[in-house]
Design a protein around this ligand. Structure first.
Ligand code: PLP
Length: 490
């Protein structure tokens, strides 16, 4: 099969002419044209190889032969909608359920993360009879209107007046840069109390809470790892108010965090959300997604009397692909690989932090890792331009990484789970050279990498106990830093 129809310049020109201008490309000054990919490597039109550190959709590796084969085989036989009985649908639901706590037993299939989250909101509204949603600052939950409303990552770009009166924003439980930091006596309770406060204020205005929604680990919001116990406390407040807890696992589910299959499980066995949404990795690139909930919530949704039908969702091809993805995760022990390689990579990055003052914090679980760049470790001044420089220079060296978070200063690792130690060595070696250059230009003293905190060890204990990665930072610093709004989500 031909890998290229048009020259790269023609592709760029046609894209400008026919594709909506709000659809952005990576590296807009010099976009990449990828024509094929395998495992954790992508290839441009000249056959040059890129190491992929960002494509969490290609969860079990790009173009995995077993996943491709499963789709082709089922497509040759039958593809139709879920109004016909088909074993793939029920078998997939059964397999998915086996990875979840028992109560989460009812599935609704959808086609994208956004559809899954939109449906989760409908379930919550119908089940509770309430209207208001609590979301986290910097959250992104999808591109539908209902989700832009609950995605500060997006609606902050539109100005305050655009925020719906039924949406409340709680501070992101970020103990490095957030309102309560690692030097706070109890950031878990402090962040959960903010939610309680929001509920009380909403009640005072006659509003009622339908749901709290959060990614189990915030991704676009800056690779934030909530302190253990935070979700339990929030769930307590929200359920007391008659609302439900929605865990968005669209980015972080399916074994990425290494120690667990689902990232919400990092909070401990005593935490079970009422609704879980899944997307991206579920089909390894095939458009499918899912909402899983309890029987009680599903019965509540049913009571509206309205049928739920979705033309493409849960079709036999999608389910065959979903089953193949689960098989590959298991057969190739990709969750175990995420844990082992994730720890190895986190260690390398921790060592990088010891040598480079630009690195303010390294945090992660499995193969979901953030490296926060700062110009000053004490003030935690975001090194936004430097982070952009790092990703552009890496791209020139054919390593694909992205920078995100409210200040776009956090390097994000979320590679396919087949990522290897050698890949980790290569990426970190290249980052190190770039940091050395940048520090020279900035006049940063590379021998001064003192970590301005001893609370670091406290955090390490808390996260290591739970088996997940390291999170290391500094003391409270300057939070009044200009926000950059221009972001490109990756
Ligand atoms: C956490 C989260 N939820 C939902 C979505 C929306 O998913 P989709 O783009 O498949 O609609 C995204 C997409 O980036 C996401 O990161």
């Amino acid at each position: 099969m031909a890998t290229e129809i048009f020259s790269k310049q023609t592709t760029i020109d046609l894209r400008k002419k026919h594709i909506g201008p709000s659809c952005k490309v990576f590296f807009s000054h010099d976009p990449i044209k990828i024509v094929r990919a395998r495992g954790q490597y992508m290839y441009n039109e000249k056959g040059e190889q890129y190491l992929d550190c960002i494509n969490n959709v290609a969860h079990v590796g790009h173009s995995h032969p077993e996943v491709v084969h499963a789709g082709v085989k089922q497509m040759e036989l039958l593809n139709t909608n879920s109004r016909f009985l088909h074993d793939n649908l029920v078998q997939y639901a059964q397999r998915l359920q086996a990875t979840l706590p028992e109560q989460l037993s009812v599935c609704y299939f959808t086609n994208s993360g956004s559809e899954a989250n939109d449906l989760a909101l409908r379930l919550a509204w119908q089940y509770t009879g309430h209207k208001d949603i609590i979301t986290l600052d910097n959250a992104y939950h999808g591109h539908l209107s209902s989700l832009i409303d609950i995605s500060p990552y997006k609606f902050h770009q539109l100005g305050q007046c655009e925020q719906s009166q039924h949406v409340h924003v709680a501070p992101s439980p970020d103990i490095y840069r957030g309102k309560y930091r690692e030097d706070h006596a109890d950031p878990t309770t402090a962040y959960a109390d903010e939610v309680k406060d929001i509920i009380e204020k909403a009640h005072a205005k006659g509003h009622k809470i339908a749901a709290f929604i959060a990614e189990s680990l915030q991704s676009c919001g800056g690779q934030v790892i909530p302190p253990v116990g935070y979700f339990q406390k929030v769930a307590q407040h929200v359920r007391k108010a008659g609302g439900v807890f929605i865990a968005d696992e669209v980015q972080v589910g399916f074994g990425r965090v290494g120690t667990n299959f689902w990232a919400f499980q990092l909070q401990g066995e005593d935490f079970i959300p009422d609704i879980v949404t899944m997307g991206k990795p579920i089909g390894n690139g095939h458009p499918m997604s899912c909402v899983v909930t309890t029987r009680a919530v599903a019965e509540g949704f049913m009571s509206s009397g309205m049928e739920y039908f979705n033309t493409f969702a849960g079709n036999p091809v999608s389910c065959a692909i979903g089953l193949a993805v689960l098989d590959v995760i298991e057969k190739e022990d990709l969750q175990g690989n995420a844990l082992r390689v994730g720890r190895y990579l986190t260690d390398l990055l921790e060592k990088l932090k010891q040598r480079h003052p630009l690195v303010g914090d390294v945090r992660g679980c499995g193969l979901f890792i953030g490296v926060e760049l700062v110009k000053d470790r004490f003030k935690r001044t975001p090194a936004t331009a430097e982070a952009q420089d790092v990703i552009y220079r890496l791209k020139d060296q054919r390593v694909l990484l992205s920078a995100d978070g409210p200040h776009r200063n956090i390097l994000k690792f979320k590679p396919p789970l087949c990522f290897s130690r050698e890949d980790a060595d290569l990426a970190v070696e290249k980052i190190e050279h770039i940091l050395t250059d940048l520090e020279k230009v900035l006049g940063l003293n590379t021998s001064d990498t003192t970590d301005p905190v001893n609370a670091q060890s406290k955090r390490k204990e808390s996260v290591k106990e739970n088996g997940h990665g390291i999170h290391s930072g500094g003391i409270s610093g300057n939070r009044h830093i200009t926000k950059t709004n221009k972001r490109q989500r990756t």
